[in-house]
Structure formats: C-alpha cells, structure tokens
Ligand binder design. Structure first.
Ligand SMILES: Cc1ncc(COP(=O)(O)OP(=O)(O)O)c(N)n1
Ligand SMILES: Cc1ncsc1CCOP(=O)(O)O
Ligand SMILES: [Mg+2]
Length: 208
C-alpha cells in the first residue's frame, strides 16, 4: 500500500461552498501528498454522495492523490475509492474493515488512547484524532484535546495519527511536534481566499 498522504482535505458541502474548486486547487499544490475525504451532509442522498465521490476520484487520479469516503463505505466501494473513514455513529471499525477488505485504507476517529488502541486492533490503518482546537465546522463536539491529547494517542498506537479540528498552517508545527503524521482540514482550505496557496502553506508546515 502506498504511504498515506499527510494533508487530508475534507470536502465542505455546506450551502455556498464549492468543494470541487477547492479540491482542484489543492491538488495542484499538494499532488500525491493530498488525501481528499469526500464528506457530505448527513441529509445528502447516497446519489449525491456517489456523484461527488466519482468527480473527486476523477480529479485525484491524475495526481496520484488518494480519495476516501466518509461514513458511506458502500459509496467508497461503488466509486472505487481507496477506502473510507468511520466514527462513533458509523459502522464499527471491525465491520468497516470487513466491508473494505484487507487492502482498503480505513480511518477511524479516536480522541483518547484507549479508543485508539481498540480501533487499531479492529483494523484501522490510520486515526483521525481531535478536535485538537475549537472548530465552527462541526457542532456538538467535546472540548479540544490540544497537542497534548494528540501526543497521548500517538504514544499508544503505531499507525499514522491525523490531527483534526481547527487546524491551520500556524498550528501544524505544534501538532507535528506532538507526533501527528498529518492533519485533516475543512475550513482552512474551504474558506481560504486562495486555496492553492493555503494548501502550499499547509504542505510546507507538514514537511519542513
Ligand atoms: C481524518 C478525520 N478524522 C475525524 C473525522 C470525524 O469523523 P466522525 O467522528 O465520524 O464525524 P463525521 O466526519 O462523520 O461527522 C473525519 N471525518 N476525518
Ligand atoms: C469533521 C470533524 N470532526 C472533528 S473536527 C471536524 C471538522 C474540522 O473542520 P475544520 O478543519 O474546519 O475545523
Ligand atoms: Mg462519521
């Protein structure tokens, strides 16, 4: 399996956002370092998720970037994505692994060492850990865990830890110092005036 990209762009499909334009711009700057996670609103239909995932995958392929699908693993399989990401409201990790098969990339959400080791034992290939900082993108989340919370998970597992929640290029060094392999962002790219430039800044922070 090729190594996991360090910058995970999660699509923002809230009203008024333009996820495909952001994906196109990010790909030009991050190329194979980019993982695009197709995430749609819970109210979206499977057909809408499928159509977006197909279009994202077609954009990713020429760059050798990875496309994952959030929550809806049947959509991931249907479009031929590399895998998917599951959290507490989704399929359990072991079930998700059975759906994706041994070769699929499977991300799981964890914010504490215990849940993290369980997810890895159940077949997670990477962990999404957070929220690291406050975020306005998703409501109802627990308090941020900060770089210290990231470090606690990193020390407990041997898979890549992707820090999520309020991540900006300025916050990447502290997350990297805490052992994060990479970061996942929504707003840092979706709300950027120049998403290609913002992507380049995130990549620079992740690789220096
Ligand atoms: C990389 C990454 N980490 C965490 C999440 C959150 O997943 P989940 O807890 O299932 O919440 P939703 O994104 O489904 O609302 C993620 N998507 N990606
Ligand atoms: C889906 C999700 N899960 C934890 S934080 C988050 C949203 C992250 O968005 P942003 O990068 O805009 O803070
Ligand atoms: Mg989920």
């Amino acid at each position: 399996m090729p190594s996991l990209g360090r910058l995970h762009l999660i699509t923002d499909t809230r009203p008024g956002r333009d996820p495909l334009t952001v994906v196109r711009a990010a790909l030009t700057a991050a190329r194979t370092d980019l993982v695009v996670q197709v995430r749609v609103e819970d109210s979206a239909t499977d057909r809408e998720a499928y159509d977006l995932a197909r279009r994202v995958l077609a954009l990713c392929d020429p760059y050798g970037a990875t496309c994952l699908v959030n929550d809806r693993l049947h959509v991931a399989l249907a479009v031929g994505a590399a895998g998917g990401h599951v959290g507490a409201d989704d399929l359990p990790v072991a079930a998700a692994r059975r759906v994706l098969g041994p070769a699929g990339v499977l991300g799981a959400t964890a914010r504490a060492p215990g849940a993290a080791t369980e997810a890895v034992a159940a077949g997670a290939s990477y962990l999404g850990v957070g929220p690291c900082h406050t975020t306005s993108t998703k409501s109802g989340l627990p308090d941020p865990i900060g770089p210290t919370g990231v470090r606690a998970v990193v020390d407990a597992v041997d898979v890549p830890v992707i820090a999520i929640g309020g991540v900006t290029a300025e916050r990447v060094p502290a997350l990297r110092a805490a052992g994060a392999y990479g970061v996942a962002v929504v707003g840092a790219l979706s709300a950027a005036a120049d998403p290609a430039r913002a992507t380049a800044q995130l990549i620079e922070a992740l690789t220096c």
